[in-house]
Ligand binder design. Sequence first.
Ligand code: MV4
Length: 597
Amino acid sequence: MFSKVLVANRGEIAVRVMRACKELGIRTVAVYSDADKHSGHVRYADEAYNIGPARAADSYLDHEAVIEAGEKAGADAVHPGYGFLAENAEFAAKVEESEMTWVGPSAAAMERLGEKTKARALMQKADVPVVPGTTEPVESAEEVKEIADEYGYPVAIKAEGGGGGRGLKVVHNEDEVEDQLETAQREGEAYFDNASVYVEKYLEAPRHIEVQILADKHGNVRHLGERDCSLQRRHQKVIEEAPSPALDDDLRERIGEAARRGVDAADYTNAGTVEFLVEDGEFYFMEVNTRIQVEHTVTEQVTGIDVVKWQLRVAAGEELAFSQDDVEIDGHSMEFRINAENAANDFAPATGGTLETYDPPGGIGVRMDDALRQGDDLVTDYDSMIAKLIVTAGDREECIIRSERALEEFDIDGFHTIIPFHRLMLTDETFRAGEHTTKYLDEELDTSRIEQAVEKWGLAESGDDEEEEVTERDFTVEVNGKRFEVSLEERGAPAIPTPAGGSSGSTRSRPDVAESDEEEEVVIEGDGEQIAAEMQGTILSVDVEEGDEVASGDVVCVLEAMKMENDVVAERGGTVSQILVGEGDSVDMGDVLVVLE
Ligand code: MV4
């Protein structure tokens, strides 16, 4: 086994990998950009190396910087996580050529499966059903039309290098062929440096089903069942689950075996995912992801198999210690991506903020994969996913109820997250019935329901948050022995100075609230008369100055409360020694306004 692994990633997946390393007795090396100096994966690692500026291209994507850090640290392997360099065959080859081991499929296997038409041809040969279409790139509109005539419209034109919906164009009739072909080629060139495209029959409302694979270097290939990732928004997965509510045991068995066969034929090692589209009881190969995926967690939950640990073991040459029959799917698991986005504003990512509160859920069936803690600043240079909540239970129904409970417990403050959206989904009939397809969120869900969900479960918003200063105070009160949490909001007024001394017993209590910088501590001196507000209100005028002599009954200031002007008068009289308020100030009942001596 390795003794030291460099994790070429950040955030939750870097911590996830390091946790597996720790359990295997492997020391861990983090790499980080300037933006991640204080990030969770850096804190977690045994040692950490700065590999460059915030921009990913200058740090996490810099092949030489990552390899150099590994060499400096004396690491004997590199784990890429997901994203960044994880599916970069060129980088994998560079690691293979170094002293270090690449924890992933060989660069050659990545290349075999990276190009979509090659992968389709390979799968077809291994008797894995592929979407009807071409296994050779197409070049002309005429070719596209011929294929469409054979299978019927709509057809999809897809970029060879494609992924994540980019370079995917749907053609509904002959008139659209020319434009869409050109667009797909242009996008392929722009995003993947590859203008080559191919054509498939377009399935109108498929489900996205993917199968987790593990393969060792001794010829053993196992599948760990499927995940259902049909709940996607603009090609971003939102909730993933295992097993799929849309498969019966027969289809489940056939799809798992097909994935296993396909990967076997590709001479593939390490972890991988075979993606399928499923429609009308038929399944079709789509592509292979040659990396650990975000949603691997739900597979781990229902199989009890630690996929990341096995990635490390098979990379080190160990043999898979379980047979296909040993793999049993037990219970149900869902993963909720906790993205720092405002679902009510078209899922706009947060542009900054601090985790004022981070209080994740716990208890039975709850797993948190994250890399942050309360007080951290949000790093916005990369993706918006800050954590994953994984909930596991005996069956799907219990999993939904447990997820509602866990999401209700989840307390995050400082920026928006999509927790309200998740809570909406758990009440959504289509999702609860497991009937959603890949077009559900983009084409069918009524977006006003998202706004309502954010209103109901989102950040407590201060009405007009641009202009108004809102001071919030939380109190715990007991009434007849029953506990109540009381939250008071003070709007539109500057914060009130706190009389820190105050012997009269009338100074108000102030629990831990964030004090604004301008606020000064006020110390009441002497033991003369303290004139306090008898009710909460606003100071209309202050009618005395320091040093003034006042007699019993003299007005010292005017307090507006409940739309009435109230004279605040001296009781005993004396010399004004301190004035603690000014015109326009808001005061609470009991606040000391003027002190006499
Ligand atoms: C398709 C398809 C329907 N028919 N191919 C989208 C991302 C890319 N990797 C493949 N995608 C699709 N390919 C055929 N022949 C529908 C999609 C698709 C989709 C697939 C999985 C999950 C969500 C999706 C959302 C829209 C379209």
